[in-house]
Design a protein around this ligand. Structure first.
Ligand code: PHE
Length: 339
């Protein structure tokens, strides 16, 4: 049993070989733990002769103390080493350039739509949004465009079924509003519309902004006054408007509205094709038949309506020459529209 007291060397050797605090702990348990070798020595003491016990016990205690000291010192060393390693792995190089987050911008169509809503809300218009899938009735028939009407050819329609289609114009919303609400009516109806049409200035999906005012004594002068205000706020303080006779089945009389060219001030340039004017929207006095279709008495009430292409306004305002740029989502293009 005496030779067992030589455990100090064995334990020291193993402890010093431990590479981390976990394996050091295991070595410690192997010698000093409840079932460890040193503890076993103490337990074995009862097999010794009575008189040999005190001396033996003293030696074992000395051994235990020596080992405890040894382990404590090693533990401290290993913990310090481990802390250094951890700190190093969490090192932050404050001189490294940060990761940049690109700031998004509002799409030009959204910008123009928001500007239009702001502008007309200031004149007392409320926003109404109709459905993109419409019935033939709301998109055409109720707007005085029955099935055999030649004006249906003005718009190449995407039919979903015989009865349902992708709306070709936000004018469908006029009917929905007049069916539900009694005059006075003053609504603005933005939204997507769809036509089978595709070139540099036409896209099969685009956005329109519809306006509708119905009340007593509404005249074409009210329409032009309001459009002048719109042109000044949207394009330039010096912008003027002019009305040209046109045709829409749901308005009578119908007009095409031109705005003086903001790029040349009306003198004539490539943008306005030398005319000094740019066509921006269709409008007119709501046709009596449309009022009747919605249960509004045309002898008591009159109204005007207008519809403009939001992409077209955006293209004129920002000098965009191809409508496709508005759907390609090229960040280099979109990034240019910042406040
Ligand atoms: N809906 C017509 C179009 O899409 C525009 C318009 C709206 C004309 C309201 C007159 C009145 O071409």
């Amino acid at each position: 049993m005496e030779e067992d007291l030589d455990l100090l060397q064995e334990a020291t050797q193993e402890a010093e070989a431990a590479e981390d605090s976990h394996s050091l702990y295991e070595v410690k348990m192997k010698f000093l733990g409840r079932t460890g070798k040193v503890t076993a020595l103490l337990k074995g003491m009862k097999e010794l002769a009575q008189e040999a016990r005190p001396a033996f016990g003293k030696k074992v205690n000395a051994l235990r103390e020596a080992l405890e000291e040894k382990f404590a010192a090693l533990e401290e060393k290993i913990k310090a080493k481990e802390l250094q390693k951890k700190l190093k792995s969490e090192d932050v190089d404050v001189t490294m350039p940060g990761r940049k987050h690109r700031e998004g911008t509002l799409h030009p169509v959204t910008r123009v739509k928001d500007q239009l809503i702001d502008l007309f809300a200031g004149m007392g218009f409320e926003v109404f949004e109709g459905p993109e899938i419409e019935s033939d009735y709301y998109n055409f028939t109720a707007l005085n465009t029955p099935a055999d009407h030649p004006a249906r050819d003005m718009q190449d329609t995407f039919y979903l079924t015989e009865k349902f289609l992708l709306r070709t114009q936000t004018s469908a919303g006029q009917i929905r509003v007049m069916e539900k609400k009694k005059p006075p009516i003053k609504i603005l109806s933005p939204g997507r519309v769809f036509r089978s049409d595709d070139d540099a200035t036409h896209s099969p999906m685009f956005h329109q902004m519809e306006g509708l005012v119905v009340d007593r004594h509404i005249t074409l002068c009210d329409l032009q006054g309001m459009l002048d205000e719109f042109a000044k706020k949207m394009f330039s303080e010096t912008s003027k408007t002019r009305l040209r006779p046109s045709y829409f089945p749901f308005t009578e009389p119908s007009v095409e509205v031109d705005v003086s060219c903001a790029s040349c001030g009306g003198k004539g340039c490539p943008l306005c094709k030398g005319t000094g004017w740019i066509e921006v929207l269709g409008a007119g006095m709501v046709n009596r038949k449309v009022l009747e279709n919605c249960g509004v008495d045309p002898d008591e009430y009159s109204g005007f309506a207008f519809g403009m292409g939001i992409e077209r306004i955006a293209m004129l305002k920002y000098g965009i020459n191809n409508i496709k740029l508005l759907t390609e989502n090229d960040v280099r293009f979109l990034e240019q529209f910042k406040d």
